[in-house]
Design a protein around this ligand. Structure first.
Ligand SMILES: *Cc1c(COP(=O)(O)O)cnc(C)c1O
Length: 448
C-alpha cells in the first residue's frame, strides 16, 4: 500500500467514495419505541412529575452524582441559565478559554456579561490554568472551564482560584459526558455543570437538548424558574402565573427527553466500545513521527468526543517547512485518500467578527473602552491557541458509533500512507499558498 502514489497526486484513494460508514447517532427500534410511547401517551409537556423529562433528569443526576439535574432546550441555554442562576448579569465578566465552540462565549453575552478569554495549554487544548489569575478583575463573576474534545480541564487549581477570589465555576461539559477528573465525574465539581444533547454529542437526542447539574438546591430552583418565564412550577400543584424575574421558555420537550433516555440505556456500552476502537486507532497513529495524537494525563479520562491531531515538522524530520503549511498539505492529502478529517474552529474565539467589529461592543452594555477591546481581543494574547489552530486538524463524529472500528482502521491506513510520502507533502506545502486559518476565516466573512 505504501508504494501506491498519493491520491492527491492521482493515485487510488485508500477509502473508496460511497463506502458504507456507520452513522451517528445510532438509532435503534428501542429509541423509536420510546419516542412514540410518550407521544401516544400524550406525555407532551416537560413538567409532569413522572414524565419523560423528569425521568431523564433523575437518571442524569444519578449518572453525574449530583443532587439535581434540570433539563433545558439545548446546551447553549444550559450555559446561559446556569450563569443566570449563579447571578451573572450586565457588566459582569466571565472567564472563558480562547478555544471552544462559540456558545461558551455567547452565553455570557446573552446576559449582558463579557467573555474574557484565556489562552489554552498546548498539550491538553484546554484553558491554561496558569494564565487565569491575571485576567481576574473587579468585575469577574465566574470561570467557565470547557472540557474540550472530551478531555476534562484541570479543575482543582481552577476551583481553588475561584474560591480565593469568590467566583463561581461553571463547567461547560457539552463535549464530555461521562468524563472523570481525579476519579470524580465532570459536571459535579463546579457550582454548576452543563451538557448538550445535540445530535453530534456523545449522548445525543434526536435534535436539541441540554442538561444542567448541581448539588445546590437554590441554584437548581433558580434554573427551573429561568427555563419557565421566571415562574415556580410545582408538579401536581396549580400554576400560579407569578413571574419573579426575567426568564426564558427553555424547556426540553418530552419526545427529546425520551430519545435521550433510551440512548442512556446504551451509553456505557457505547462508551466502552468507543474507548476500545479509538485506542486501537490511536495506537497505530502514535507510531507516526511528527503526528501528535490526542492523549490524556493519568488523573483524568478522555471520552474522545473530537480527536484533534497536531503535526510537528521537526519531529517528522522536515523541520524547514512552515508548520501551518505542513498541516494543511497533510490534511488535504488525507482528504484525498477519503479520510474525513476537517477543521474544528478556524479562529480563536476572540478573533471572531463579533469581537473584531468593535461597533456593537463599544456601544453596548459591556463598559468597554477601545483600548480594553484591543487588549482583550487582540490575537497577541493567544499564541498557543493560534499555534494549535494552525498546526492541527480533527476527526469528528466518525469515531463515535460503536461499530466504527473497521472504518477507523481504514482511516489509519490513510494516515500511514500519507506519512510514508512526506517528500510529496513537503513539495505540496511549498508550492501552495498558505494563510493562517483565522485570516482566511475573517476575510471570507461578509456580514450578509
Ligand atoms: C455544543 C456545545 C455547546 C452548545 O450546545 P448546543 O446544544 O449546541 O447549544 C456549548 N459548548 C460546547 C463546548 C459545545 O461543544
Amino acid at each position: 500500500m505504501t508504494s501506491q502514489p498519493l491520491a492527491i497526486k492521482g493515485g487510488t484513494p485508500v477509502i473508496a467514495k460511497g463506502r458504507f460508514t456507520p452513522q451517528w447517532p445510532e438509532i435503534t427500534e428501542d429509541d423509536l419505541k420510546a419516542v412514540s410511547q410518550v407521544i401516544a401517551a400524550h406525555d407532551l409537556t416537560s413538567l409532569t412529575r413522572d414524565g419523560a423529562v423528569s425521568r431523564l433528569e433523575q437518571r442524569w443526576a444519578a449518572e453525574v452524582g449530583t443532587e439535581h439535574c434540570v433539563a433545558v432546550a439545548n446546551g447553549t441555554d444550559a450555559l446561559t441559565i446556569a450563569l443566570a442562576a449563579a447571578g451573572v448579569g450586565p457588566g459582569d465578566e466571565v472567564i472563558v478559554p480562547a478555544l471552544s465552540f462559540m456558545a461558551s462565549a455567547m452565553a455570557p453575552m446573552h446576559l449582558g456579561a463579557l467573555p474574557i478569554f484565556v489562552d489554552i495549554d498546548r498539550d491538553s487544548y484546554n484553558i491554561d490554568t496558569t494564565k487565569i489569575e491575571e485576567k481576574i478583575s473587579a468585575r469577574t463573576r465566574a470561570i467557565m472551564p470547557v472540557h474540550l474534545h472530551g478531555l476534562p480541564a484541570d479543575l482543582d487549581p481552577i476551583i481553588a482560584l475561584a474560591r480565593r477570589h469568590g467566583l463561581v465555576v461553571i463547567e461547560d461539559a457539552a463535549q464530555c459526558h461521562g468524563g472523570r477528573y481525579r476519579n470524580r465525574p465532570v459536571g459535579a465539581l463546579g457550582s454548576l455543570g452543563t451538557f448538550s444533547l445535540n445530535v453530534s454529542k456523545n449522548l445525543p437526542t434526536c435534535g436539541e437538548g441540554g442538561l444542567i447539574t448541581t448539588n445546590d438546591g437554590e441554584l437548581a430552583r433558580a434554573a427551573r424558574r429561568y427555563r419557565q418565564f421566571g415562574e415556580t412550577l410545582i408538579p401536581g400543584e396549580r400554576r400560579t402565573y407569578l413571574h419573579h424575574h426575567l426568564g426564558w421558555n427553555a424547556k426540553m420537550s418530552a419526545p427529546q427527553a425520551a430519545f435521550a433516555d433510551s440512548q442512556l440505556d446504551r451509553f456505557h456500552d457505547y462508551m466502552a466500545r468507543r474507548e476500545h476502537n479509538v485506542r486501537s486507532f490511536l495506537t497505530r497513529l502514535s507510531l507516526l513521527p511528527g503526528l501528535i495524537a490526542p492523549d490524556h494525563p493519568e488523573d483524568r479520562s478522555h471520552v474522545w468526543h473530537i480527536l484533534r491531531f497536531r503535526v510537528d515538522p521537526v519531529a517528522a524530520g522536515v523541520g524547514q517547512i512552515n508548520p501551518g503549511a505542513f498541516r494543511k498539505a497533510i490534511e488535504r492529502a488525507l482528504q484525498a485518500e477519503g479520510a474525513p478529517v476537517s477543521d474544528y474552529q478556524r479562529a480563536p474565539l476572540p478573533a471572531q467578527p463579533v469581537f473584531q467589529n468593535p461597533g456593537p461592543l463599544l456601544k453596548g452594555k459591556y463598559g468597554l473602552t477601545p483600548e480594553r477591546l484591543k487588549q482583550e481581543y487582540g490575537l497577541h494574547q493567544y499564541p498557543r491557541t493560534c499555534e494549535v489552530i494552525a498546526t492541527s486538524f480533527t476527526l469528528q463524529k466518525v469515531h463515535l458509533p460503536p461499530d466504527a472500528a473497521d472504518h477507523l482502521m481504514r482511516i489509519a491506513d490513510a494516515f500511514e500512507k500519507v506519512f510514508s510520502h512526506l517528500d510529496d507533502i513537503v513539495r505540496l506545502a511549498s508550492v501552495s499558498k498558505y494563510h493562517e486559518p483565522w485570516t482566511e476565516t475573517l476575510a471570507s466573512a461578509p456580514l450578509n
